[in-house]
Design a protein around this ligand. Structure first.
Ligand code: SAM
Ligand code: SF4
Length: 297
C-alpha cells in the first residue's frame, strides 16, 4: 500500500511528547488562510520554484512533456500545464526546481521511522502523522499506525478533525494520542477562513475526548479568533474536557512565507495574538484543562 507524503522530519519537538519523527501527508480538505504548510493542501505533487539561481540552461524545458516549463531567464512556467511529474526538477542542476510530494509505500515510511527508535525510547517520544490532513489517506494511515503500534512506538495523529467519525473509529486502537486543532468556534467565521464548516469538527471532538487521549491546539491569530465571542465559544467547546490532557495555544507565525513564494502564491499577512490576548485566552480555558503557550517555555 502507498500514500502521498511531502516531508518526513526527524527530531521534532513540537508535535507531541518527547522527540518525534513527523510524517507529513499531502492533501487537505481545509484551506486555512494562515496555513504554514501551503504545499500540503493539494494532494498531487507540485513544483516549487526558487526565485533565484536559474542559469537558463534550458534543461527543464527540454524534458518537460507538457510544455509547462519554457526557456528564458528564470524559466517561464505555465502552472495549468504542469502535472507535477518532476522530470524538470530531476535535471535542474542548480537546484532551482523541486517537487513537493512523493508516493511512498508503508515499508519506505517505516524504514524512516525505525531509524529513530532509540530517540523515542530515551525521550518518551514517538511518531506523529501530520500534514495536510493525514486522515484523508485513511487506509495508508491505518496501516502505518498498525505497524508502529506493533513495534511498540508511541503514535500521535495531528488532525483538523473534519473527516467522518468512521475514520477515527478505525485508527483508535493504534493511536496513542490525538493532536486536535480548533481554529474558530463560530461556524460562519470558520467557513470563511478555512473554507469548511466546523460542526463535524465539534461533533468529532465531543466523541473523541471520551474515547482517546487528546491535546487540543488553537492557532492564535489576531483579527481572526481573538474576539471575546471566540473565547466564549472555545470555553463552550472545552467545558467538559473528558480525556483532553492539555491545550496548546500556538501564536501565528510566518515561517511558511517562503513556501508560498515557491508555489507562486501570495503569502498570508497576519499577526499573532499579543501577549495580553494569549494570557486572557489561557485564563479563560485553564479553568477546565492545563493550558500552555510559547511564552511559558
Ligand atoms: C499544518 S497543520 C497540519 C495538521 C492539521 N491539518 C491541522 O490543521 O491541525 C499543523 C499545525 O500547524 C498549525 N499552524 C498552521 N499554520 C500556522 C501558522 N501560520 N502559525 C502557527 N501555527 C500554524 C495548525 O494550527 C496545526 O496545529
Ligand atoms: S487544516 Fe491544517 S494543513 Fe489544512 S489548511 Fe488548515 S492548517 Fe493547513
Amino acid at each position: 500500500m502507498d500514500g502521498m507524503i511531502f516531508d518526513i522530519q526527524h527530531f521534532s519537538i513540537h508535535d507531541g511528547p518527547g522527540i518525534r519523527t513527523t510524517v507529513f501527508f499531502k492533501g487537505c480538505n481545509l484551506r486555512c488562510l494562515w496555513c504554514h504548510n501551503p504545499e500540503s493542501q493539494e494532494r498531487a505533487p507540485q513544483l516549487l520554484i526558487k526565485e533565484l539561481g536559474c542559469i537558463a540552461c534550458g534543461s527543464c524545458a527540454a524534458v518537460c512533456p507538457t510544455g509547462a516549463r519554457r526557456l528564458g531567464k528564470g524559466g517561464s512556467f505555465i502552472p495549468e500545464l504542469c502535472t507535477g511529474c518532476g522530470k524538470c526538477a530531476s535535471v535542474c542542476y542548480p537546484g532551482v526546481l523541486e517537487i513537493s510530494g512523493k508516493t511512498m509505500t508503508v515499508s519506505q515510511v517505516m524504514e524512516e521511522i525505525l531509524k529513530d527508535v532509540s530517540l523515542y525510547r530515551h525521550s518518551g517520544g514517538g511518531v506523529t502523522f501530520s500534514g495536510g490532513e493525514a486522515m484523508l489517506q485513511i487506509n495508508f494511515l491505518e496501516e502505518l499506525l498498525r505497524e508502529c503500534a506493533g513495534s511498540g512506538i508511541h503514535t500521535a495523529v495531528d488532525t483538523a478533525g473534519s473527516v467522518p467519525w468512521e475514520h477515527f473509529r478505525r485508527i483508535l486502537p493504534y493511536t496513542s494520542l490525538f493532536l486536535y486543532d480548533l481554529k474558530c468556534a463560530d461556524g460562519e467565521l470558520h467557513q470563511r477562513v478555512t473554507g469548511a464548516d466546523n460542526r463535524l469538527i465539534a461533533e468529532n471532538l465531543k466523541r473523541l475526548k471520551d474515547t482517546a487521549d487528546v491535546w487540543v491546539r488553537i492557532p492564535c491569530i489576531r483579527g481572526i479568533n481573538d474576539s471575546s465571542a471566540e473565547k466564549e465559544g472555545f470555553r463552550e467547546l472545552l467545558r467538559k474536557p473528558g480525556r483532553i490532557q492539555r491545550i496548546d495555544l500556538l501564536p501565528y507565525h510566518s515561517f511558511g512565507e517562503g513556501k508560498y513564494r515557491l508555489l507562486g502564491r501570495p503569502a498570508p499577512d497576519f499577526l499573532p495574538m499579543d501577549a495580553v490576548q494569549m494570557e486572557e485566552l489561557k485564563k479563560a480555558l485553564e479553568e477546565y484543562v492545563p493550558v500552555y503557550h510559547s511564552l511559558d517555555q
